[in-house]
Design a protein around this ligand. Structure first.
Ligand SMILES: [Fe+2]
Ligand SMILES: [Fe+2]
Length: 281
């Protein structure tokens, strides 16, 4: 199964250095979000031809409800250009102005994935595709305390892994591994806002079932891989992260293509900070 991954696109108006300084944050290269998305989608359609596309969240820069609805719908239309089905994960920036129902409607989950297993009170769901079960969990972003699994997510994960007809893949917006955030532009001073609080419990569920081939996420705005108990936990860099300097910005332009099978995982992240990773099971 060949997957195409895009994450942390952060569509929105170009940020000014003054606004970023006011927020105490670096500038996100939001002006690049749309053209880079088009570029990624074109590369997928013409070259890589993924069978399934994964959007791991933070499509938005949380401007306003109206602007975010329009930006997200535009993003979905752009992704359709890849001519492959898409699975979406809710990111914390997507959840600021939009509710779960907004996101589920934007994803057209009921129409595009009518056989999806739905969690009744969140954006969590699972679908069977190409012999794999993809399980998507929902998180709650509660700064400054942390990022937490949403209500009922562990039980939903148990249910989805327990009833899976074959191997599974786990998708979340934030990481489930134990990565160090030292040196991370966004989370070095607040690792509790990067890593899902209940990550050890999630990994215990995975270990009990033993059927998860890989877990993918975004949010941390860098590439990172941890292999824990044989499961690769893969963080993909943001499309629009500035990997240059504040005065000479360079967008990461990151997207990933993954070959995934029972035999193992092969990952290639393209862009300004390419990464190759392979794991044989
Ligand atoms: Fe992000
Ligand atoms: Fe995020």
């Amino acid at each position: 199964m060949r997957l195409g991954i895009i994450t942390d696109v952060h569509l929105g108006p170009a940020q000014s250095a003054a606004l970023a300084a006011e927020r105490g944050q670096p500038v996100k290269l939001t002006a690049s979000a749309e053209p880079l998305t088009r570029q990624v989608v074109q590369g997928w359609r013409e070259r890589d031809q993924p069978e399934l596309v994964l959007n791991l969240g933070d499509v938005l820069s949380d401007v306003s409800r109206a602007a975010d609805l329009e930006s997200y719908a535009h993003f979905c239309a752009l992704l359709d250009g890849a001519q492959a089905p898409v699975l979406h994960v809710a990111g914390n920036h997507d959840q600021v102005n939009l509710g779960d129902r907004d996101l589920l409607e934007l994803w057209q989950l009921a129409r595009r994935w009518p056989a999806a297993i739905r969690h009744d009170s969140s954006t969590a769901y699972a679908v069977d595709f190409g012999g794999l079960r993809f399980v998507i969990l929902s998180t709650l972003w509660l700064p400054p305390d942390g990022v937490f699994l949403g209500h009922g997510q562990l039980a939903f994960l148990e249910r989805c892994l327990g009833s899976a007809p074959g191997p599974c893949v786990l998708l979340t917006h934030q990481p489930l591994s134990e990565m160090s955030l030292a040196g991370n532009r966004w989370f070095a001073g607040a690792p509790q806002l990067a890593l899902i609080h209940e990550r050890a419990q999630v990994r215990a569920v995975l270990a009990r079932h033993g059927n998860v081939l890989a877990a993918f996420n975004g949010h941390a705005h860098w590439n990172h891989v941890d292999v824990i108990a044989g499961v690769p936990f893969i963080t993909v860099q943001s499309l629009t992260e500035n990997v240059g300097s504040e005065s000479a910005p360079v967008p990461a332009a990151a997207s990933a293509v993954v070959e995934l099978s029972a035999a193992g995982v092969q990952l290639y992240v393209s862009g300004a900070q390419p990464l190759r990773f392979a794991l044989r099971r």
